[in-house]
Design a protein around this ligand. Structure first.
Ligand code: HMG
Ligand code: MG
Length: 301
């Protein structure tokens, strides 16, 4: 029997944001800009560029205004993250028209990440989302710890679905549902994404897998089977949340693109140009690139 698969998949590149936010050494702003440009050149149209968070909490994202000033390309889905009113007001002072808000299903994680309970974050964000929609912004909601939490363990699927439904009622365009610490197994990914697909047929659904246990590709295949055709990935497999201990990087864009293209699914991404983009940022990273595609194909000395 044939697998049921889409003909085309959209990759949302999160390397400039999720990929770099956890890097120990500050990556120079100009290198970040060149990296973003290289990723675009590889065919990655939707991208998380940066985040408007506290520079004391996440110094690596302290240059968000400079990044946005130079890196918008007219695509409606150049995302910037913002967790609160202050972040949204900073976005309003730019030309960016696509915002990603983020909240954890796990209260303990949300407290560590945003210094608020999940409920308090939602109370702050719901009117903000309505306001953003009135102003014609594209709004993406990132749902962290949708499967497991580093502090609370396994999350209840119903709690994740309930949080997603609060966001949908508030008016978001997209839900990006995340396995923050890379602990979901493919049956769990299939189960959650099948239910989300049924429950939110009018909402754009995206899966965001971290690859801590090398299950991201298997989870992506399981999610494809559940009808998901959008995945957040990070060039070089960089990434991780500074407030989720033990979380490794995102699924590597090049490994995901390689797998999908081998399956006959169009991603629109050039692997050669993607390697060129990784080479721009690699000398500034404090860790090696560990993706399989990079290991086999990069011309490094
Ligand atoms: P706080 O300390 O509770 O905030 O932090 P506060 O309101 O008390 O303000 C403290 C200081 O931060 C003040 O400055 C504020 O002005 C400033 P001071 O007066 O001390 O000089 N401040 C801000 N500055 C810039 N931008 C802002 C902002 N808000 C307050 N938006 C806060 C609360 C939310 C700011 C903090 O907890 C924070 O920045 N958290 C962000 C953490 C983060 O970036 N995490 C990673 C992104 S989420 C993620 O990676 C998961 C995801 O990939 C999906 C997945 O994998 O799960 C999306
Ligand atoms: Mg993430």
């Amino acid at each position: 029997m044939m697998l049921s698969l889409p003909k085309k998949v959209t990759i949302i590149e999160v390397g400039p944001r999720d990929g770099l936010q956890n890097e120990k050494l500050f990556v120079p702003t100009d290198i970040k800009k060149q990296f973003i440009s290289g990723l675009r050149n590889a065919g990655l149209e939707e991208m998380e560029l940066t985040s408007f968070v506290s520079p004391k909490w996440v110094p690596q994202m302290g240059d968000a205004p400079e990044i946005v000033a130079d890196c918008l390309d007219g695509n409606a889905r150049n995302f910037v993250l913002a967790p609160n009113r202050k972040g949204i007001d900073r976005v309003y002072s730019t030309d960016c028209k696509a915002v990603a808000v983020f909240v954890g299903v796990s209260n303990s994680f949300n407290l560590k990440n945003i210094n608020k309970t999940t409920q308090d974050s939602m109370a702050e964000l719901k009117p903000i989302i309505r306001e953003l929609k009135e102003k014609n912004y594209f709004v993406r909601a990132c749902i962290s710890t949708a499967f497991y939490c580093p502090y609370e363990g396994k999350m209840n699927e119903n709690d994740t679905i309930k949080l997603c439904s609060e966001f949908v009622e508030a008016g978001v365009d997209e839900l990006s549902v995340a396995d923050t610490i890379g602990m979901a197994a493919p049956n769990e990914a299939y189960s959650l994404f099948s239910q989300l697909k049924n429950a939110f047929s009018e909402t754009i659904l995206t899966a965001h897998f971290h690859d801590t246990r090398k299950l991201a590709l298997a989870n992506i295949l399981a999610s494809l089977q559940a009808g998901i055709d959008r995945f957040d990935t990070s060039a070089g497999g960089l990434g991780g949340c500074p407030f989720a201990p033990g979380a490794a990087g995102n699924a590597a864009t090049e490994d995901v693109v390689y797998m999908l293209e081998r399956m006959g699914i169009d991603t629109g991404v050039s692997l050669d140009k993607l390697l060129d983009a990784i080479e721009i940022v690699r000398p500034h990273l404090s860790r090696p690139i560990e993706s399989s595609y990079y290991r086999l194909h990069a011309q490094t000395v």
